[in-house]
Design a protein around this ligand. Structure first.
Ligand code: AR6
Length: 232
């Protein structure tokens, strides 16, 4: 990238359409004394940081936190916090299967299995959505906290694989529950940080990401994680 040429008298600012980078240069112009010469590398690093923050802040707009029942979400894909057998269960899995009806279980049974495992921890599978308003259900298997390791990477990849499947199936919107935060025992604050970090990756900026949290407390944890994420 071009860095501004700083002379004792003036700064030539490179053309940019990024308002935050422009703002940075404005600040620089005000703060830099005429005889101070900033090293290019320092400057480039600062501009890169500003650019990253700008991309991330734009992605924040596509994340929505909702307190409620995920089965009511009007999105292209609903993510289920499934287990590796993918034949239903309790928690959000049970709620999704009840709302979707038997077609969902039939679709799950068609997913190839190896020793009963249709989807290992950290991965995701996609099926039709039965009676749900969504087009697809994406079955993501999060880690059992303290059992499946490394838990943080497995949780991140469960979110990321879900988003990749949504993208490859042409989805524009997706709803996530708090994967692994129920029966699987993941500490919610850490889980929220991971969910938000993956949700704000630039490759998913065209996707609207809803996080459906069942309780007020969980919704507050996710909101805090999102707010903290915007601060470098
Ligand atoms: N909408 C949104 N969130 C919900 C709903 C709902 N209708 N119902 C529960 N939650 P869990 P896990 C929240 O246990 O930890 C199942 O038996 C819930 O309060 O459903 O990944 C599977 O078959 C919690 O915050 O998923 C697996 O065996 C979050 O969803 C195992 O549990 C996730 O809790 C998966 O465990």
């Amino acid at each position: 990238m071009t860095v501004p040429i700083i002379s004792p008298l003036r700064i030539i600012v490179p053309k940019t359409e990024n308002p935050l980078v422009e703002k940075f240069y404005d600040t620089l112009i005000i703060q830099t004394k005429p005889n101070v010469r900033l090293r290019d590398s320092v400057l480039t690093q600062k501009v890169e940081t500003m650019k990253k923050r700008s991309i991330r802040e734009k992605n924040m707009d596509t994340i929505k936190i909702v307190q409620g029942d995920i089965t009511t979400a009007e999105v292209d894909a609903i993510v289920n916090a499934a287990n590796s057998r993918m034949l239903g269960g309790g928690g959000v899995d049970g709620a999704i299967h009840r709302a979707a009806g038997p077609k969902l279980l039939d679709a799950c049974k068609k997913i190839p299995s190896e020793n009963g495992v249709r989807c290992p921890a950290g991965e995701a599978r996609i099926t039709e959505a039965g009676n749900l308003k969504a087009k697809y259900v994406i079955h993501a298997v999060g880690p059992r906290y303290g059992v499946d390791r490394p838990a943080d990477r497995l949780l991140a990849s469960a979110y990321q694989n879900s988003l990749d499947l949504a993208v490859s199936h042409g989805c524009r919107s997706i709803a996530f529950p708090a994967i692994s935060c129920g029966v699987y025992g993941y500490p919610p604050k850490e889980a929220a940080h991971i969910a938000v970090s993956v949700g704000t990756l630039p490759e998913y900026k065209a996707m609207t990401k809803y996080f459906y949290l069942f309780s007020e407390e969980m919704a507050a944890i996710w909101t805090t994680a999102l707010e903290n994420h915007s601060i470098i």
